[in-house]
Structure formats: C-alpha cells, structure tokens
Design a protein around this ligand. Structure first.
Ligand SMILES: Nc1ncnc2c1ncn2[C@@H]1O[C@H](COP(=O)(O)OP(=O)(O)OP(=O)(O)O)[C@@H](O)[C@H]1O
Length: 679
C-alpha cells in the first residue's frame, strides 16, 4: 500500500525520495527550457543577419531585436543559476527538520531545512526551507519545548515537538536521528574532527545559538565581534552576509558588499562560501593595496604592512616603533588638522582673474575662496572658484568656452597654488609636526615607507576630497585588531555604510593590544554594538589550553574535542629541526600541514632546506593567491585566518620582539596537532 503525503512528510527517508523525484523533474524541465532558450537565441541571431540590411532606417526594429535578445540571454542565465541551485540540492536536499506545533493547534508541522528553498512549482509552499528563512531560526535557537520565531507578520509562538538532523551525500541518507537538544555536540565534534580543507567550510548544518544571534542580527548598523581564536568569526561574518542578502534582495546585492581582507591567500580561502550558499561572490580588497592605488599619482611605490613587520623584527628599535605608532594615532590627525588650518593661508597666492575683458578682483576671489567655497577641499577649491568665474563669463558672453580656453583657465587657476605636489606638502607637514622629512626625490624614485602611507592618504583626502563609495552598502572588516585609529578614520570617510567588524585583540601583530571598540563609536559617530564570542571550535582541548597559557588570562570556553598533547622541543640547528618535522608530518592521515616561521627570511631558509632534501612543499608569500593541500611553508603573519591539521613552528630567534604574538597566532592555527619547535 502506498504511503500518503502526510506520512511521507514525517519520514525523512521517504521524504528524501519524494523530494529527489521532484528535484529531478525540475531539473529536466530546466534543461528543456534552456535548450529552447538557446534555440531562440540562435534564431534571433539568424534573423538579424538575414534581415539587418532591410531593417527600418530609424533602427527601431534593430533596437527591438536587441532588447528581445538581451531579455532571452538574461532569462537563460537565470535558468542556469537555478540549475546550479537544484544540482546542489540534489546532492543534499536538507540537513535538518523541526516539527513545530503552532499555538492553538494540535498537530505538528514538519519544516525541512536545507541550503536553499525548494518548491516544485512557483507559488507553492516550500518543501525545503532555506536555512535563512525565519522559521529556520527555531532549528538553531531552541531545544524541544516552548519556542518562537520572528516572521514578517510578528512573533510566532508555539512548541517544538521534535528536532531531527540528517546527513545526506550524493542523494543518499547517511544518517538521520532525532535530537531534542540544541545542535548535537557529537555532530559538531565530528565536523570539527575531520581534516581541514584549503577552503573554509560552510557551517549551516551546525551553526551555534550564539553564532546564529549574530548572523540574524539585522538591526545594528555597526556590529563589532570580538571573538577568541577559532570561535567562527570569519564563518559567522560570511554567513551573516548571506543572510542579509537573502532578506534584503531589493536593496542589497552581492556587488554592494565589500570585504577588507588581509591578503590574497585569505581572500581565496574564503571565496567559495557565498557561492556555496547560493549567492554570488563578493568583492574583496586589501586596504594596503587600495592605499597604494590611491597614492600612485604621488609616489611610485609604497611599503606594505608586511614590510613594516619584517623591519620591526629585523631591526628592533623602540624609538622607531614609537614614531610608527604616533603616526597612526589620533595625535597625528590632530596635528594634521592644525597644519591644514595654517595651510589655508600659506598654500595660495590669490590674485585677480581677468579674461577677455571680464574681471574678478582679488578681493572677490578671496571672498569666493574663503567664504563661498570654504567647505571645498583646499586643492580642489580653486577649480570651484574658476568654474564659478567661467559660468559667469559664459552667461555674459552668451557662448561656450572652447577646449583651449578651458585649458588656459584651468592652468591659471592652478598657478594660484604655490605648491600642489602632495609629496612636498606632506614634507611640510612632517616638518611642522617635528618629524624627519622624506628625501626630496623625483616621482620615479619615491618609495613611501609604511608609517607614512596612511598619514599621506589622510592628507590627500583632506586636500583633494575623498570619494565616498556609496555603492558599498555593507563593509566587512576582518582582523579588526590590525587596523589603526588613523585607518579607521579614513575608512569612516570612505564608507558611510553598515559594517560587520570582527577580530581578536589577542591576535595582534603589535607588542601592545588595542581594543578598537573603545574608539570606534567616536570615529564612526554612530552606535556601535559589540558582541563577544568566547567559545573556540577550531583546536583540540590540548592545543587550546596551550594557546590560552601563552595568552595569559583569557575567557575561553572549549568544545571538548581531545587530541594528542602539544610537543615542545628545542634543536641545535635548523637542519635538525626540519629533520624532526619531516618525521612528524603525516600527510597520509591529514590533508594540510604548515611550517610557520617568524620572518620571511626564515621561511625562505626552510624552503631551501626542504628543497635540498627534495621534499614537496608550497611556499605562501604575500602575493600568493591560493592555499593548497600538502605541506605549506609561510610566516606566522601570513597564516593568520587560515588553519592546518598539523602546525610546526620553526622559530629561529627567541629574542624576536614579536615572538609571543607569533607563538600564539601559530598555535591557534592548528586543528589536530601542534609541534612547537625552535632553536
Ligand atoms: N558552528 C560551527 N560548526 C562547525 N564548524 C565551525 C562552527 N563554528 C566554527 N567552526 C569551525 O571552526 C574553525 C574556525 O572558524 P573561523 O575561521 O571562522 O574562526 P575565526 O574566529 O575567524 O578564527 P581566527 O580568528 O582564529 O582565524 C573553522 O574550521 C570553522 O569551520
């Protein structure tokens, strides 16, 4: 006897069969539609080429044809996207189920939860609910019993009768079990106990309650997440973006989201999560690269943060460090503003403008410059005055200006500035503020040291104006502890949008920790909501305890996943250290292992020793754009944000000023095994 639909809905295995059948049917329909759509495009092309010489002289038919073609191409693309979504669902249509009894009802209703919505026909109730749908909050937030969720119509209350978890792969049920508690720890441990990947995994099956609260937070404009190493900050931020995209499709597109990430390996490491969650990928950018592009018209090259770190480690110098810090602090902004106030008088020599019988006197120019256009940035202001002059001239003379005339007047405006090269103006600022000035060099030879990059960028924006990136409606800043007060001040000028800012003050690359939440509300002049994540998911208990001891007192909750103890050993030589690494590394059992060093030079030494021993490895430097399986050699600072099954430190200088930070960051990169090796 066949089962009726009600029974099927309450039996995971039968439901899977039923859904798969419907998914296959949908896939077949899509394939047919796509074939028809492609044929349609071919026919439109053929028609065009056969008839274009006879199309009406005003081009209306030509235009109509092109519009129809565009429409069809878009429709086909949409179908292709649907096909990809259905293919993903066919592999694992759902991973959870909540049986919910609405208040006032007797019977429970099952809600299956998957990576995307699926309804066999448009307008029908979904068979599978996207994990981001309001009702799915029940799955992540509640155990069996009283529960509620926020729907567009208001709060819906009721009772969870039961909760189920499933693992489905390639359309086959691997396990199904009922669990009336929160996402079962055993499943989470299983997920975390598996080997690491060269790409961050999506966590939709096992999002934890405190993580869910952050993902589903829609009301806070600026959300700052301070989370311990491995607490899932990056994962949560990306799932939050997916959630916001899903709930605000009208106003927020993937192209409106920008992530500031530390380097290109990290960008690659996280780049597949959004496509996997059914969204288009978002743009990523390193702030240093952005600054370099912005300053390229002033200096030929800029150092980056990694140059600065290497310099600090190789030539530790307390005075130089202090100067670097001052140049990134609120004090430098105060100094710069004082300097700019004086510059108003010093930078220009205003004179009357006279052109073809039309004149503006010196006092009129002064009045325009200091009053009418007072709010225009200083180096852009003379252009504004000249535009005003030109408008009057054009009105009076009743004719437009020729290109040559425009050029002539532009040059005349430029002549009122005694200096326009921001490099030279920056040098005047350095002198004003009591710092050593930069060498006076022609453009080709100008290489800006890192400590001057952001002060010069700030000066450029204050003198020429900063373009606000209005197209960016949500900015994600990862590794928030690595941005200075000055950098945040510049970000505030550029991005007046919502933000998710995340990081861990313990993972600083500085000798001192900074709590950015203390100054962010002032810089952004908006309410900043701070949330903390204290539970670590990445490391085994043994590794996490070891890292905690390195960091001192830290509020840290651990997931009870055990592994082998941390091995600490000191060697007589680099060669001996690497011999031991080669004995311990186990790429039959694991997917990824890393040898982490303090400096770039040490990493290159390790590579040379491995090469001499004819070992395979991948070297990650600051320009590397992909993280690969196997053995990786890199510095601790480039390994930030990444994780490896086995981590080996190869620390060659204990007196390195960043030794403590490097030890902590390296230790927290290890999922299963940690070997602290040094000489
Ligand atoms: N709810 C979860 N379910 C399964 N895995 C999780 C969960 N939360 C975090 N993880 C895993 O924990 C690891 C750490 O996550 P993630 O890199 O997002 O943390 P993080 O806080 O950004 O780390 P760090 O600051 O140390 O780089 C990843 O392997 C991630 O998949």
């Amino acid at each position: 006897m066949g089962q009726n639909l009600e029974d099927i809905r309450f039996d995971g295995e039968l439901f899977l069969e039923d859904v798969l059948e419907k998914l296959h049917k949908k896939m077949d329909e899509l394939k047919e539609d796509l074939t028809a759509g492609e044929q349609e495009i071919r026919q439109m092309h053929d028609y065009y080429w056969e008839n274009y010489t006879e199309m009406d002289q005003y081009g209306y038919e030509d235009y109509d044809n092109q519009q129809a073609l565009l429409h069809q191409v878009n429709a086909n693309q949409e179908k292709l996207r649907m096909q990809q979504r259905i293919a993903r669902l066919m592999d694992a249509p759902f991973f959870g189920r909540v049986d919910f009894i609405y208040d006032g009802e007797d019977e429970s209703e099952p809600f299956y939860i998957g990576i995307g919505n699926f309804a066999p026909e448009a307008g029908m109730c979904p068979l599978i609910y996207d994990w981001r749908a309001p009702v799915c909050g029940l799955f992540y937030d509640y155990d069996a019993g009283e529960a509620s969720y926020e729907a567009p119509s208001g709060t819906i209350t009721g009772k969870i009768a039961s909760k189920w978890q499933y693992k489905i792969r390639k359309g086959k049920m691997i396990y199904a079990f009922e669990s009336d508690t929160k996402i079962d720890d055993e499943i989470l441990k299983q997920e975390l106990g598996s080997n690491s990947d060269v790409q961050l995994k999506n966590i939709v099956r096992t999002i934890q309650k405190e993580q869910n609260a952050i993902i589903r937070n829609r009301k806070d404009q600026i959300l700052v997440i301070q989370g311990v190493a491995g607490s899932g900050k990056t994962s949560v931020a990306l799932h939050r973006v997916a959630y916001l995209l899903y709930h605000d499709r009208e106003h927020l597109k993937a192209s409106n989201v920008l992530i500031l990430s530390p380097n290109s390996v990290f960008s690659d490491y996280i780049s597949h999560i959004l496509p996997e969650l059914g969204e288009e990928n978002i743009r990523e950018m390193s702030f240093d690269l952005f600054a370099y592009k912005e300053l390229h018209s002033i200096v030929n090259d800029c150092e980056d943060r990694y140059d600065e770190l290497e310099h600090q480690m190789q030539f530790p110098d307390a005075a130089a460090k202090k100067q670097y810090e001052l140049k990134q602090s609120p004090e430098i902004i105060g100094m710069m503003e004082a300097f700019l106030a004086l510059l108003e008088e010093e930078l220009v020599d205003l004179k009357e403008i006279s052109y073809k019988g039309y004149t503006k006197s010196e006092s009129e120019i002064i009045s325009l410059f200091y009053f009418k256009f007072q709010n225009t940035p200083l180096l852009a202001r003379m252009d504004a005055v000249m535009d005003y002059f030109k408008d009057e001239f054009v009105t009076l003379r009743g004719r437009e200006l020729s290109e040559e005339e425009e050029e002539y007047l532009k040059e005349k405006a430029g002549q009122m500035y005694m200096e326009r090269d921001i490099y030279h103006i920056y040098n005047r600022f350095l002198e004003f503020a009591g710092y050593e000035t930069l060498p006076d060099l022609p453009y080709e030879k100008r290489i800006l040291s890192y400590e001057d990059v952001y002060p010069m960028l700030y000066l450029k924006y204050r003198l020429c104006g900063a373009t606000q990136h209005k197209n960016v409606k949500h900015l994600v800043i990862d590794e928030m502890q690595d941005y200075s007060y000055l950098q945040y001040s510049i970000l505030a000028m550029l991005f007046p949008c919502r933000m998710t800012i995340l990081g861990d003050r313990m993972q600083t690359m500085d000798e001192k920790q900074q709590d950015v939440t203390r100054f962010l509300p002032k810089i952004f002049d908006r309410k900043v909501r701070k949330l903390e994540m204290n539970k670590s998911y990445r490391n085994t208990v043994e590794i996490a305890e070891y890292a905690r001891a390195l960091s001192g007192d830290q509020e840290l909750e651990l997931l009870m996943r055990h592994g082998q103890g941390v091995t600490e050993q000191t060697f007589v030589s680099k060669e001996a250290l690497l011999d031991q690494v080669l004995i311990d590394v186990n790429l039959e059992k694991y997917e990824t292992a890393a040898i982490l060093t303090l400096t770039e030079e040490d990493a290159l030494t390790v590579c040379q020793i491995l090469k001499d021993r004819e070992e395979n490895y991948h070297y990650i430097d600051r320009n590397t754009s992909a993280f690969e399986k196997g053995l990786t050699v890199t510095t601790f600072y480039l390994a930030k944000g990444l994780e490896f099954d086995q981590v080996f430190t190869a620390f060659f200088h204990r007196d390195n000023p960043l030794y403590k930070q490097a030890a902590y960051i390296s230790a927290t990169r290890a999922l299963h095994e940690l070997f602290v090796y040094q000489i």
